[in-house]
Design a protein around this ligand. Structure first.
Ligand code: FAD
Ligand code: PHB
Length: 402
């Protein structure tokens, strides 16, 4: 069936998450046209509760590309985190160890800023599309088919960016055997809440406790974000608010009487935990970016930051290709991104292993975990490794890479 509507652009972007929207913005700054298509509504993507921590490189990129106004006003700059175990807290001082910090600013706020900047620049984002299919991306004339407003639509483009997250359609469209996937699924998940209560500490607290891991983060000086380790398919109906607060208070308890501030819980959800990498992150003229290409467990706060680093490299390589006709930089896209991705995979796996309770762990495993926490919180070299990885590696471009 011929489409009832045909659109033409330089880069067709599938998915309006951080990867897709930031790519569209960076391409626009390079004078390159793109169209973003998204299955959800604008309200849905602007309200979806996800990440909260931005590395200094992500913050620098948002500032340098005109996306930093609200983040600078409303984001919370942190210079360290606390690791809590055996009833005591130990601060890792990022600023003293690396000279850098992180910014706590919710992912959906980044999304709102991106949608606003794209919309005001006349950028096209088509929401509520359905039946998305990508075609001919092994030729120089890739196409994206989908339904929108009851019409069969087609985007003809030069390149496709698959920014459609872990469960999207782009990665599965690549012929079997062309991509190699590496995966590790963890035997636990996180139950996350948002509560109307001031954070009980100015910085994030990562707690290793015999009842399981817990994390205290925040969104604003009035809103606390809290997580506790649970079963991957935990039934939320078994977790009334009182039980959640009771469990959290136990896992954060210290010998000197620390208490979380409690308040009305207005959001609850369970997240499964997985490590996943696709190699390469490209097939023909399809480039995968963000969660479509890799997933990390959230303990290292890396997912959104990896998505930003991917599209920083991709936008530069695409701009070079349109400007010069050479695909030399695009040919290095996977290699450059995957180096950072695997370092983030290692860090996220390490933080997860260090802080969670594993059901099959022996007494030996537990003592070894505590010895490692002791080392990280007392050795400057070990603490610096954590601080460097948490605050983030520098963003690298094809021309600067060795
Ligand atoms: P997504 O955000 O998943 O966006 C993909 C988009 O594509 C979605 O809008 C989806 O609706 C759309 N889509 C899907 N299929 C199609 C289709 N067929 N056609 C069109 N559109 C489609 N990361 C951090 O860096 N720091 C943190 O502190 C952190 N904390 C986290 C806490 C939790 C509880 C969770 C769940 C994640 C966390 N992350 C964190 C990870 C981070 O949220 C993700 O890595 C990030 O959203 C990836 O962005 P993305 O654009 O690649 O994918
Ligand atoms: C969050 O604020 O949602 C958050 C912070 C740190 C993490 C994961 C999530 O490691």
């Amino acid at each position: 069936m011929p489409p009832s509507r045909t659109l033409r652009t330089q880069v067709g972007i599938v998915g309006a998450g951080p990867a897709g929207l930031l790519l569209s913005h960076l391409l626009h700054l390079e004078g390159i046209e793109s169209i973003v298509i998204e299955t959800q509504t604008r309200a849905h993507i602007e309200e979806r509760v996800r990440a909260g921590v931005l590395e200094h490189g992500t913050v620098d990129l948002l500032n340098a590309t005109g996306l930093g106004d609200r983040m600078r006003r409303e984001g919370l700059v942190h210079h360290g985190i606390e690791l809590r175990f055996n009833g005591r807290g130990h601060r890792i001082d990022f600023h003293a160890l690396t000279g850098r910090g992180i910014t706590v600013y919710a992912q959906h706020e980044v999304i709102k800023d991106l949608v606003a900047v794209r919309t005001s620049a006349g950028g096209q984002i088509l929401f509520e599309v359905a039946e998305v299919r990508i075609e001919d991306f092994d030729t120089t004339a890739p196409r994206i088919r989908f339904q929108h407003d009851g019409e069969d639509c087609l985007i003809a483009c030069d390149y496709i960016a698959g920014c459609d997250g872990f469960r999207g359609v782009c990665r599965p469209a690549v012929p079997a055997g062309a991509l190699r996937c590496y995966e590790k699924v963890y035997p636990f998940g996180w139950l996350g809440i948002l509560a109307e209560a001031p954070p009980a500490s100015d910085e994030l607290i990562y707690a290793n406790h015999e009842r399981g891991f817990a994390l205290m983060s925040m969104r604003t000086p009035q809103i606390t974000r809290l997580y506790l380790q649970c079963h991957p398919d935990e039934d939320l109906s078994l977790w009334p608010d009182d039980r959640i607060w009771d469990e959290l208070q136990r896992r954060f308890a210290t010998t000197d009487g620390f208490r979380l501030n409690e308040g009305p819980i207005f959001q609850k959800g369970v997240t499964a935990m997985r490590s996943f990498v696709t190699e390469p992150m490209q097939y023909g003229r399809l480039y995968l970016a963000g969660d479509a290409a890799h997933i990390v467990p959230p303990t290292g706060a890396k997912g959104l930051n990896l998505a930003a680093a991917d599209v920083f490299v991709l936008s530069n390589a695409l701009a070079h290709a349109f400007r010069t006709g050479s695909e030399a930089r695009l040919a290095r896209y996977s290699e450059i991104c995957l180096r950072r991705v695997w370092r983030a995979q290692h860090f996220s796996w390490w933080m997860t292993s260090l802080l969670h309770r594993f059901e099959d762990a022996s007494g030996f495993d537990h003592r070894r975990q505590l010895a490692e926490l002791d080392q990280v919180t007392s050795s400057c070299a070990a603490a610096t490794t954590l601080a460097e990885n948490y605050t983030g590696l520098p963003f690298t471009l094809p021309g600067e890479y060795s």
